[in-house]
Ligand binder design. Structure first.
Ligand SMILES: Cc1cc2nc3c(=O)[nH]c(=O)nc-3n(C[C@H](O)[C@H](O)[C@H](O)COP(=O)(O)O)c2cc1C
Length: 204
């Protein structure tokens, strides 16, 4: 393994892994081998003392995707109605076509967080870095996705559709498809100076 990496490419991937809900090629299958290559990279993420409790459920079955998409749609409609907001067109696009995605990847973890803050930090800190690495590995291969967490509101129902056993927690779900003419750019975010302190809080 060389120590001299192409930081331009790596930085591009890291800073352009946008949510891709449109400009996706619904006709082009995403090969299982490509997904597994990405999962192999994801499982290099940091992991706490609990060990490798990550499990990835790749849903390709049309009927199951449709059932999941229906639940997603219901949650989105309930959430936006409860908050009195309208659904943005980009969210609508994902909602309308989720079942057409070649695959939906559920990032799951065996176990439950304890109620304490530190155990939550350790528990989610041992699964979400892998989910993000997966998203980046997909991005590097021209596969678009979105970090979605809405379905966690209906975890039991999803568990029923996908035969996820008790004791396995669902975290994020990544709907995936190859991108088509998507121009992924860095987002407009606070600068490093705005969000960084040195030596003591508030000191720049
Ligand atoms: C904790 C979390 C939960 C999210 N859940 C959803 C979701 O359920 N559905 C969705 O379309 N996007 C979801 N997103 C994606 C955000 O909407 C998105 O990251 C944000 O709009 C910024 O856009 P970008 O990812 O292109 O930078 C979620 C993001 C985070 C961090």
């Amino acid at each position: 393994m060389t120590n001299s990496l192409n930081t331009d490419d790596i930085d591009t991937v890291l800073s352009t892994a946008r949510s891709v809900r449109r400009k996706l090629d619904f006709e082009r299958p995403v090969e299982q081998q490509v997904i597994e290559d990405c999962i192999s990279i994801a499982t290099q993420a940091p992991v706490g003392m609990g060990g490798e409790n990550w499990r990835f459920l790749v849903v390709r079955d049309d009927d199951k995707k449709l059932q999941v998409a229906r639940v997603y749609q219901e949650v989105m409609l309930e959430l936006t109605a409860a908050r009195g907001i309208s659904i943005k067109s980009t969210h609508q696009a994902l909602m309308d076509r989720m079942h057409e995605m070649p695959a939906l990847i559920f990032v799951c973890v065996i176990g439950q967080p304890e109620p304490s803050h530190s155990s939550n930090v350790a528990f989610y800190g041992s699964i979400l870095p892998a989910a993000w690495s997966l998203m980046l590995a997909l991005r590097a291969r021209g596969i678009g996705t979105t970090w979605t967490s809405l379905l966690s509101a209906r975890e039991e129902e999803i568990a029923g559709i996908l035969d996820i056993p008790e004791g396995v927690l669902q975290t994020v779900m990544l709907p995936i498809a190859y991108t088509k003419d998507a121009r992924l750019k860095p987002a407009n975010r606070l600068t490093a100076v705005e969000v960084t302190f040195v030596d003591s809080w508030g000191s720049r």
